[in-house]
Design a protein around this ligand. Structure first.
Ligand code: PBG
Length: 336
């Protein structure tokens, strides 16, 4: 061995601290706790519906009665918040996405029931039109199929207001229209919803990791070969993500998000270190599907890769993680 400092032993033995569990615990820099977890849930019409999603093992589309049963368990597990995503029946989809702001729509009813039964559970709603449009795009389109920015924003405002009215604690615009955070904030204030938080999907990439989600909400078929490249971000960019985040903060976002998660932790790190604001990351459906599939084949140790992927998000700087593993991780943390 090459002596350093002319000593006949390594100047520093990094392995000393790694030798025992007690010293590994003492110098561990990051912790995953249940406080970090947000559970995305898919909801549908009907009663006693619990429909498995093939590309997302162990995730279900739930009717509102089943959602309430699920929420009870999540409250017991002390999961701070859930994010709702609706499966909208085809006859309610349209070109103008009017169902998105129906005061008696699926999301609005689910939020009301949840807040009544579990006032302490944080409810986050998705503000975007893709479940409601016949073509599966996140906004209204012109004759060429281009998603119209300002026309879409007008609908998003009404959607966000209807969620706030129903009692949503956090509205989360995931549409990537320009200026929508400012417009939604203004509308919320004007309607006296002073406490409604905005979690902005600020750096949302045009990723191929959303595939299973689009199956789950049934927008994949509608979207067909279409893509979202004219509004979601180019996966090759990172400075642009910082501009998006800065803009959303200026416009009144309380929290920002980077999406997807694992392949984009460099973005999470930059957002957190450069802007120092509440930063969230979405470990999306494709990431979940990938880990689950490998685990089901016996190729990966499911619990180990789940925990590793979540602590990696924390290490990158995330204050919280939207993950389909939220319940599984919370169960593990409770047993530990
Ligand atoms: C839609 C929306 C998507 C996701 C969350 N909200 C899909 C998309 O943009 O096509 C993806 C979540 C996931 O893949 O888990 N506005």
């Amino acid at each position: 061995m090459m002596p350093i400092n002319n000593a006949p032993f390594p100047a520093l033995r990094m392995r000393r601290m790694r030798r025992d569990e007690f010293s590994r615990r003492l110098m561990r820099e990051h912790q995953l706790t249940t406080d970090d977890l947000i559970y995305p849930l898919f909801i549908m019409e009907g009663q006693q519906q619990r429909v498995a999603i093939p590309s997302m093992p162990n995730q279900y589309r739930l009717s509102i009665d089943e959602l309430l049963k699920e929420a009870e368990q999540l409250v017991q597990l002390k999961i701070p918040a859930i994010a709702l995503f609706p499966v909208i029946t085809p006859e309610k989809k349209s070109l103008n996405a009017a169902e998105a702001y129906n005061a008696d729509g699926l999301v609005q009813r689910a939020v009301r029931r949840l807040k009544q039964a579990f006032p302490q559970l944080g409810i986050i709603t998705d503000v975007a039109l893709d479940p409601y449009t016949t073509h599966g795009q996140d906004g209204l389109i012109d004759d060429s199929g281009y998603v119209l920015n300002d026309e879409t924003t007008s609908v998003l405002i009404q959607q966000a207001l209807s969620h706030a009215e129903a009692g949503a604690d956090v509205v989360a615009p995931s549409d990537m229209m320009d200026g929508r955070i400012g417009e939604i904030r203004y509308a919320l204030e004007a309607a006296e919803f002073k406490h409604t938080r905005i979690m902005a999907y600020s750096a949302k990439y045009a990723s191929s990791f959303y595939g299973p989600f689009r199956d789950a909400v049934g927008s994949a078929g509608a979207l067909g070969k279409g893509n979202k490249h004219t509004y979601q971000m180019d996966v090759a960019n990172s400075d642009e993500a910082l501009r998006e985040v800065a803009l959303d903060l200026q416009e009144g976002a309380d929290m920002v998000m980077v999406k997807p998660g694992m392949p984009y932790l460099d973005i999470v790190y930059r957002v957190k270190t450069e802007l120092r604001v509440p930063t969230f990351v979405y470990q999306v459906s494709g990431e979940y599907a990938m880990l689950k599939a490998a685990a089901q084949n016996g190729w990966l140790d499911e619990q180990a890769v789940m925990l590793e992927s979540l602590i990696a998000c924390k290490r990158a700087g995330a204050d919280g993680i939207l993950t389909y593993f939220a319940k599984q991780a919370a169960l593990y943390l409770q047993q530990k």
